[in-house]
Each structure stands twice: as structure tokens, then as C-alpha cells.
Ligand binder design. Structure first.
Ligand code: NAD
Ligand code: UDP
Length: 337
């Protein structure tokens, strides 16, 4: 009995694969490497000392996906596959809707065909749009997403609710991630954005290493303590562990559709992040204040109480861990090349 991880070679999927293998689970990864590197698979094996099956396929390819279900006994699926760049999604809406939504539909249809009805989905805090209130609880209103990427998450959540309504023998868990950062403590796997990063932490790391000249802080006139945007940064290893708890929940309770925020419950501003990074790593992060970025909100952080009460999960890593591990990964890459 194996857990299938579409997109398992990516940033969050690879960290989750490690936690699953270390917990003694059998996994099967599928990935087309559209946003990841085959060497990640070797790193997972080195870190865990365990082996697993891998298929280099597009999860939208129905026949190839069916072959995976034919050749393995898949008991549950954690879906990480999809495109995730907000800006790019505005330029390429068709590609985003096709890969994220059509892909998810092919996957869910195939699962149904093989009687596999346990599904965990990587959603995002972006589904809350402009937050109704802070901290965000799972029952806050969703909608008003400002880009096609966010809208794919919203639509897939709705598709999952509709599937559950039509057939309540599914076990579905929607995990709304806040802002994942950091890397595995080994320094062997981490986030590898292609080209110039859009997200804050990868950008900070590249400024600190000298690859990029300076960070542009998008706005210092928000209604926040220091005027810069506030977010809920969560260490990717904490996030990965949340998936194991979600899996335990749907295996134990069964027959339900559950939604959880995975965040720390603490908001940090962009300037807090810059200062924490400098203090932890001793590296200088040059920055300038730039205009606000279109579509950004002032403040977004989770109320993680529901995940604590119902999953027995909470984030344990500190902001220093997030900064240090992000830096170690970058420093290790330089050492390796
Ligand atoms: P990632 O890009 O590192 O990982 C996604 C993986 O899916 C990559 O390895 C990519 O090659 C693969 N993939 C994409 N399309 C595929 C396809 N058609 N067939 C097979 N493989 C395919 O992204 P991540 O940061 O690990 O995110 C994982 C999931 O979590 C995504 O759905 C993302 O939208 C969601 N999420 C991420 C964040 C974040 O900030 N990283 C926040 C909220 C939600
Ligand atoms: N941010 C910034 N400069 C950058 C990237 C991000 O000032 O180069 C800010 C952004 O405006 C937001 C915060 O950092 O307030 C987190 O942005 P990120 O893109 O990482 O996550 P998201 O906006 O999706 O929450």
C-alpha cells in the first residue's frame, strides 16, 4: 500500500517525501520536472537511506497515470503537482488552468476508477483573497483571488467539495499553506525557483549571496507596524509534517472533507524578515523601498488552532531556523558547484 505524490520532486513534495519515508511509509513519486531537478530524488534517498518508486510522467497523461495505479497499490494521494508562480499565471492563464485544474481532474478521475478515495490537496492562503479578518480561520470567506494561480486553488477546492457532496465515501483534506520557507537541515534539498525569484525568502538569500544586487521592498506605507507587508512564514519541514498528520486524520476518522490552515499564527513584516536574516546569518541584505506590488495585501496570517486541536499539529521551528536553513541550502549549492 503506497502513498502517491504527484509533484513529489518539488520543494514541498520532496520535504514531505522525506518525512513519509522516515515514518516508514511506502511512497511513489511522479513528476515531469517542469519545475524541479532529478537530482532531488537522489538527495531524498541519501537523506533517508530509503528507496521508492519514481515515474517521470505528466500527471495529466491519463494512460501513463493509469499505469502507475495498475503497477502499484495506491491507498492515498497527496497532490503537489501544479504551477505556482503568481505573476506568470497572469501571463499564461490557459497553461495554469490546464495544468492545475485539468491535471487535478485527470488525477481524481483516475483515483475514482481505481477505488482510491483518500486525497490531500496543497491549497493556499491565497484563497482567502482580501482577508475578512485576521488571524484567518478556516471559516473566513474565500474568493476574490487576484490572479489565475489563486483562482486555480479556489476552483479545485470547490471541485473537491462537489466531489464529496456527490460521493461521501471520499476522504479529502484541503491544506491551506501560508508562506513556506526554509529547507531541510541537511542542506541537500530546498527551494529552487527558476530565474529571478518572486517570493521574499529566495530573493533575500540571493541578495545575501551577491547573486542579486538588492531587495526591493514592495511598499512601506501599509497599515502595519512598520509599513511593510506582514505574512505568516512557516518552515517547510513543519509544513511537511502537517501532511503526515492530515494523512493520519483521514486514515483514522475516514469519510469526511476537512480543511486546515497550516501556518504558525505569527505575522512578520518584510523588514522583520530582513533583520532576522541578517542577525541569524551575519550576511548583509541590501534593500530599497519600491512601490507596492499589484495584488498584494497588507497582512495575512493564520489562526492555526483548528490544526492543533484536530490534527495534533503545530509549527515548532523558529524564524531563526527558517533563515539559517534557507541560507545553508544556498551556501551548500555554492559549495557543490
Ligand atoms: P514546486 O514547483 O517546487 O513543486 C511542484 C512540482 O510539481 C514540481 O516538481 C513540478 O515539476 C511538478 N509538476 C508540475 N506540473 C506537473 C505535471 N503536469 N505533471 C507532473 N509533475 C508536475 O512547488 P511547491 O512549492 O513544492 O508547491 C507544491 C504545491 O503547493 C503546489 O500546488 C503549490 O501551488 C502549492 N503551494 C505552494 C506554496 C509555496 O509558497 N511554495 C504556497 C501555497 C501552496
Ligand atoms: N516582497 C517584497 N519584495 C520581494 C518579494 C516579496 O517586498 O522581492 C514582499 C511582498 O510584498 C509580501 C511579502 O514580501 O509583503 C511576501 O511576499 P511573497 O511573494 O513571498 O509571498 P505572498 O505575497 O504570496 O504572501
Amino acid at each position: 500500500m503506497a502513498i502517491l505524490l504527484p509533484g513529489g520532486a518539488g520543494y514541498i513534495g520532496s520535504h514531505t517525501a522525506i518525512e513519509l519515508l522516515e515514518a516508514g511509509k511506502e511512497i511513489v513519486i511522479i513528476d515531469n520536472f517542469s519545475n524541479s531537478n532529478p537530482r532531488v530524488l537522489e538527495s531524498i534517498k541519501k537523506i533517508t537511506g530509503k528507496d521508492f518508486k519514481f515515474y517521470e510522467i505528466d500527471y495529466m497523461h491519463k494512460e501513463k497515470l493509469q499505469k502507475v495505479f495498475e503497477e502499484n497499490t495506491i491507498e492515498s494521494v497527496i497532490n503537489f503537482a501544479g504551477f505556482k508562480a503568481v505573476g506568470e499565471s497572469v501571463q499564461k492563464p490557459i497553461e495554469y488552468y490546464r495544468n492545475n485544474i485539468s491535471g487535478a481532474l485527470v488525477l481524481l478521475d483516475t483515483m475514482r476508477k481505481y477505488g482510491c478515495k483518500k486525497f490531500i490537496f496543497s491549497s493556499s492562503a491565497t484563497v482567502y483573497g482580501e482577508p475578512e479578518r485576521i488571524p484567518l480561520t478556516e471559516d473566513c470567506k474565500t474568493g476574490g483571488t487576484t490572479n489565475p494561480y489563486g483562482t486555480t486553488k479556489l476552483f479545485i477546492e470547490q471541485i473537491l467539495k462537489d466531489i464529496y457532496t456527490s460521493d461521501n465515501t471520499w476522504d479529502i483534506c484541503i491544506l491551506r499553506y501560508f508562506n513556506p520557507v526554509g529547507a531541510h537541515k541537511s542542506g541537500r534539498i530546498g527551494e529552487e525557483p527558476q530565474g529571478i525569484p518572486n517570493n521574499l525568502m529566495p530573493y533575500i538569500v540571493r541578495v545575501a549571496s551577491g547573486q542579486l544586487k538588492e531587495l526591493s521592498i514592495f511598499g512601506d506605507d501599509y497599515d502595519t507596524p512598520d509599513g511593510t507587508g506582514v505574512r505568516d512564514y512557516i518552515h517547510v519541514v513543519d509544513l511537511a509534517k502537517g501532511h503526515l498528520k492530515a494523512l493520519e486524520k483521514i486514515n483514522k476518522e475516514g469519510k469526511g472533507l476537512y480543511i486546515y490552515n497550516l501556518g504558525t499564527g505569527t505575522g512578520y513584516s518584510v523588514l522583520d524578515m530582513v533583520k532576522a536574516f541578517e542577525k541569524t546569518t551575519g550576511k548583509k541584505v541590501n534593500y530599497k523601498i519600491a512601490p507596492r506590488r499589484l495584488g498584494d495585501i497588507a497582512t495575512c496570517y493564520a489562526d492555526p488552532k483548528k490544526a492543533k486541536e484536530e490534527l495534533g499539529w503545530e509549527a515548532t521551528k523558529t524564524l531563526e531556523d527558517m533563515c539559517q536553513d534557507s541560507w545553508n541550502y544556498m551556501a551548500n549549492q555554492e559549495y557543490l558547484t
